[in-house]
Ligand binder design. Structure first.
Ligand SMILES: Cc1ncc(COP(=O)(O)O)c(C=O)c1O
Length: 377
């Protein structure tokens, strides 16, 4: 493969350090979308069987990405919020249950639970992880025999804390609490295993580290939970005999397709298929190592510039996010100046968030850091 940055058509004036926000599409993905658009314009749905084949292949790619047992366990929903809402609305809550959540979560992993808590008279136990010395311990300390669920982001969106999911999964395994993970800040940036982490539910949209478009998300749950997860969305596609339109009898599909109520986001499927094929070709370990190198490089220079790093240190605690405050603490001003100089980043968690991906070239990082230095000076 040529230099990884050549797989993208980013404007050379732009330094894209916002993969934790919305990522750019690789050229392969742009071509896949374009080809699909032309094919649809020319042939309509004549090649529907081929669309289905793409969908099937994408399920396998997603299975690979999360290390699930079977591609039949993968559902494609429209976003992370839909997946988490499906769990929040589908569980058989009882008044007096509680759930454990993180105070600083992105709203997608907070609001579905808050809505369910009000409806079912369930308590929420909040834990702040910003200052926690032992985040897993802080989370587990709140679990008791009425805890029905813990939901966390695998990597916190604002300051980038990476949780030790296997430790949480192992501890929760012997309790009544189910383990739900918003994996949007992980999938595509580092190796991930639902098996190793003993997760019960996972949701993640494609538009960050997976380098896919918005509006298509991976949703996974252990098949043993299918029956207990009440459905709230119905349609032709989620039935066991989807496509047999004349039949009046139906039952939910025995696979994860039961969560996909109607027609699929085929253009999104084509796009994500191309993006995940690229990630698969590069290899997730290579991606993980290259992101870690870039984070380390940024960390060293930011420290030398007297910036305060808000992301916890230690390779195990980091993924693709590095959040910092400039020496004078004026994050908003510095952020605006960075944007003005073509450094695409975000203002999050009380600081400036940089999130490079595996292909981000060294010269781009250097250019962003030089811009930062000029602004600070
Ligand atoms: C942790 C986290 N969860 C979810 C989302 C997005 O949710 P959705 O896919 O529902 O738009 C984001 C960012 O946009 C995020 O950082």
């Amino acid at each position: 493969m040529a230099s990884y940055s050549e797989l993208f058509d980013l404007d050379p004036q732009l330094v894209h350090l916002n993969h934790a926000g919305v990522a750019p599409w690789p050229r392969d993905t742009v071509q896949a979308i374009t080809r699909f658009a032309y094919e649809n314009a020319r042939w309509g749905s004549q090649h529907y069987a081929m669309w289905m084949q793409h969908e099937d292949e994408l399920r396998e790619l997603a299975r690979w990405l999360i290390d699930a047992e079977s591609k039949d366990e993968i559902a494609f929903l429209k976003n992370t919020s839909e997946g988490l809402s499906l769990v929040a609305q589908g569980l058989d809550w009882h008044a007096g249950d509680n759930m454990v959540l993180v105070t600083e979560e992105f709203p997608s992993n907070r609001i579905p639970w808050e809505a369910a808590a009000v409806r079912h008279d369930v308590a929420i136990r909040w834990v702040s992880l910003h200052e926690a010395e032992d985040p897993e311990h802080a989370l587990l300390e709140l679990v008791d025999d009425r805890t029905r669920l813990m939901s966390v982001s695998s990597v916190q969106y604002a300051r980038g804390l990476k949780l030790d999911l296997p430790t949480l999964g192992e501890a929760l395994k012997d309790t009544p609490a189910l383990f739900c993970v918003d994996a949007i800040q992980s999938l595509g940036s580092h190796a991930f295993s639902v098996k190793e982490a003993q997760i019960d539910f996972l949701a993640a949209d494609a538009h960050k580290w997976m380098l896919g478009p918005e509006g298509i998300a991976v949703f996974w749950t252990r098949p043993e939970h299918y029956e207990r997860l009440g459905l709230s969305q119905y349609g032709w596609h989620m039935t066991e005999r989807a496509g047999h339109f004349e039949e009046r009898e139906w039952s939910p599909a025995s696979t994860a397709r039961r969560f996909e109520c109607g027609s699929m986001n085929t253009i999104g499927i084509y796009a994500l298929h191309a993006s995940l094929t690229l990630l698969h070709r590069v290899g997730i370990i290579e991606i993980e190592e290259r992101i870690a190198d870039r984070i380390e490089q940024l960390d060293q220079v930011l420290r030398a510039l007297d910036c305060k790093i808000l992301t916890p240190s230690g390779i195990d605690r980091r993924a693709g996010i590095l959040t910092f405050t400039p020496p004078e603490g004026n994050s908003q001003h510095v952020y605006e100046q960075l944007l003005g100089r073509g450094v695409l980043c975000a203002l999050r968690g009380g600081g400036i968030r940089f999130s490079p991906h595996f292909y981000t070239p060294a010269y781009a990082l250097q250019s962003a850091l030089e811009s930062l230095q000029e602004i600070i000076d």
